[in-house]
Design a protein around this ligand. Structure first.
Ligand code: IPD
Ligand code: CA
Length: 267
């Protein structure tokens, strides 16, 4: 495989191409194109066509790699390398014509993230990182924030589709943070929320019941920007799971402590 620094630039071009497709298609998008995969989890031809384009471009870049993709148009047969693709993260934002939404692409081995690219076509923001090479926003190095106490934290509390199992945890976090931290937001795109932690815009984010495609590229971004990523129990082995905490590092233990007071059912 070629040098990761070179490969990541080619992947940025793939993500930009798909992102421009999303943005152009949004101009003629109609609500009757929307289908429900499960309760309140939506998809349309836009997600599928974006995935088709990304998969065919990535196949040319690295023919030996397999795929894990949100819309399932390609598969993984235990290849050494694997692309992890979300062709449209923030689908609910997108169908309501609200930002942010993005394309997310990671490359991993069986146990390690190698590179990550996330492109937001609305703001023309391309976030990218490669293992050991740092994290960048439109070519400029990114670093997490230096906020070191929860009272000053600008926090994201995302509420996943899985409301039945997550409501207690999400509401607990909000009730413990509301009035205690500098501000709480929801973002609607897990991938971009994590990029914003990497860029120092937010200080902390966490979500459970999400897919590998939602967090893989962005997790590398946060780590390469100097932050910390674990699962909800504090383990750095989060790659195969579905519950992730990403912070600037300073606030991580405090967020884990809040989570431990109300972990989701059966996790
Ligand atoms: C979703 C977004 C959202 C998060 C959900 C994800 P999708 O991905 O990242 O912010 O709350 O858990 O599934 O469906 O827009 O690709
Ligand atoms: Ca998606």
């Amino acid at each position: 495989m070629e040098n990761l620094e070179v490969l990541v630039q080619k992947v940025c071009e793939v993500a930009r191409g798909a992102g421009h497709f999303l943005k152009e298609e949004r101009k003629r998008f109609r609500q009757d194109a929307v289908r429900e995969k499960r309760v309140h989890d939506y998809v349309s031809y836009v997600d599928k066509e974006s995935e088709r384009r990304i998969v065919s471009a990535l196949r040319m870049l690295l023919p030996e790699a397999g795929f894990v993709t949100e819309e399932g148009s390609a598969d993984y047969r235990d290849e050494t390398y694997c692309w992890v693709v979300d062709p449209l993260d923030g689908t609910t934002n997108y169908i309501h014509d609200v930002s942010p939404y993005c394309v997310s692409i990671a490359l991993r081995t069986r146990d390690m993230l190698l590179l990550g690219v996330i492109y937001d076509p609305s703001l023309d923001e391309c976030f990218y990182a490669w293992q050991g090479g740092g994290a960048y926003l439109n070519g400029v190095p990114m670093h997490v924030s230096a906020t070191n106490c929860l009272e000053n934290a600008f926090a994201i509390v995302e509420l996943p589709y899985e409301s039945g199992r997550y409501a207690r945890t999400g509401l607990h976090l909000i009730s413990r943070m509301y009035g205690q931290v500098a501000g709480i937001r929801m973002n609607g795109s897990a991938a971009l929320a994590m990029c914003y932690v990497a860029a120092g815009r937010y200080d902390t984010w966490q979500e459970a019941f999400i897919g590998k495609w939602d967090f893989s590229a962005a997790a590398l971004m946060v780590m390469e920007a100097g932050g910390r990523v674990t699962d909800y129990y504090g383990s750095p082995c989060f790659l195969e799971g579905h519950h992730i905490v990403a912070t600037n590092g300073w606030l991580h233990d405090e967020v884990l402590r809040l989570l431990s007071e109300a972990l989701p059912e059966g996790m």
